[in-house]
Ligand binder design. Structure first.
Ligand code: GLU
Length: 303
């Protein structure tokens, strides 16, 4: 039997480091509405690859909150913590193709590295041509060489990146033995045949790295749409670290309303206290990706 990949397969990929907040609900709602209004599938992936930062209780809470908000996903949930073999196989392919190199550098040795626009340290190339005698590999990095990556983001427009300048040779297998987020995302998006990635613009700088990695692995590049990021009054992205208020599972409607409003959809004020089913009915009939604003905007968290 021949199976055909669907025209549209989207996903939401939360990291279970804490409860869902307005910022994560924006990413969930944006990816869900775009997928469903295009008659596509919407999958869920728990990005618990960074095990020390994740906890099972947070994952369970995220699932309960998504259900309380009225999200329904297709297929089985993918748990990154169970996918080590797939990541190891991808790394082996990259080793065989000479795309990666072992790195012995410690964090302290890299402390003076140049910093990429997204805050990542740019690898100075110390181990790129081989480990110095007596040094042992701690991590594995991808060689970016003089690669340039360009793509058209459905919200942010044309993005051009010079990887040596914007990212440097980035880590795929960390010194603590864990696979890096970039590798896990690329392997998972490819194996689950994700065709469209709709997520927060805080990940925009990762996208060029991920597209380059897709090219190295010979897997397709999905379409991308990066949603504006919700920031608090101090201009910080909402997160567990900035103590973002969790979505209230007992009464998620107001936060869903705020998420739709933030996404430029202008839900009618009369729905601000409506049950989630009514909000979804309105959103499904009225969703327009073209109305989503590009930039971040401060948002009251008291919704
Ligand atoms: N797990 C990432 C986050 O919660 C999202 C990754 C992605 O959508 O590619 O920020």
């Amino acid at each position: 039997m021949t199976t055909f990949a669907p025209i549209y397969r989207g996903r939401f990929a939360p990291s279970p480091t804490g409860p869902l907040h307005l910022g994560s609900l924006v990413a969930a709602a944006g990816s869900f509405l775009e997928a469903r209004t295009r008659h596509g599938e919407w999958h869920l992936r728990m990005e618990d690859v960074d095990a020390p930062r994740c906890d099972a209780a947070a994952a369970g809470e995220i699932l309960r909150t998504l259900e309380a908000c009225g999200f329904a996903w297709d297929g089985e949930i993918v748990w990154q913590s169970r996918r080590g073999e797939a990541y190891a196989a991808a790394l082996e392919r990259l080793k065989a193709a000479g795309r990666v190199f072992p790195c012995a550098c410690t964090r302290r040795e890299l402390a003076d590295s140049a910093i990429a626009p997204d805050g990542a340290a740019i690898y100075p190339g110390t181990c790129r041509d081989g480990l110095a005698p007596g040094r042992a590999a701690r991590a594995w990095r991808l060689r970016v060489g003089d690669a340039r990556v360009s793509f058209d983001d459905a919200i942010q427009g044309r993005i051009d990146s010079d990887l040596a300048r914007d990212a440097g040779d980035f880590i795929l297998l960390r010194a603590d033995g864990l696979f890096a987020y970039q590798l896990a995302v690329v392997v998972d998006d490819a194996e689950t045949c994700i065709t469209h990635v709709v997520r927060g613009a805080d990940l925009l700088a990762s996208t060029s790295r991920q597209i380059f990695l897709q090219q190295c692995l010979g897997v397709p590049t999905p379409e991308y749409a990066h949603l504006p990021v919700v920031v608090n009054a101090a201009g910080e992205k909402l997160s567990k670290q900035t103590r973002a208020a969790p979505v209230d599972s007992a009464r998620p409607g107001p936060t869903l309303f705020a998420a739709l409003d933030f996404l430029g959809q202008r839900p009618p004020a009369g729905l601000s206290a409506a049950p989630v089913a009514e909000l979804w009915a309105w959103a499904m009939a009225n969703w327009r990706l073209a109305d989503v604003p590009r930039g971040p905007a401060p948002m009251a968290e008291s919704v």
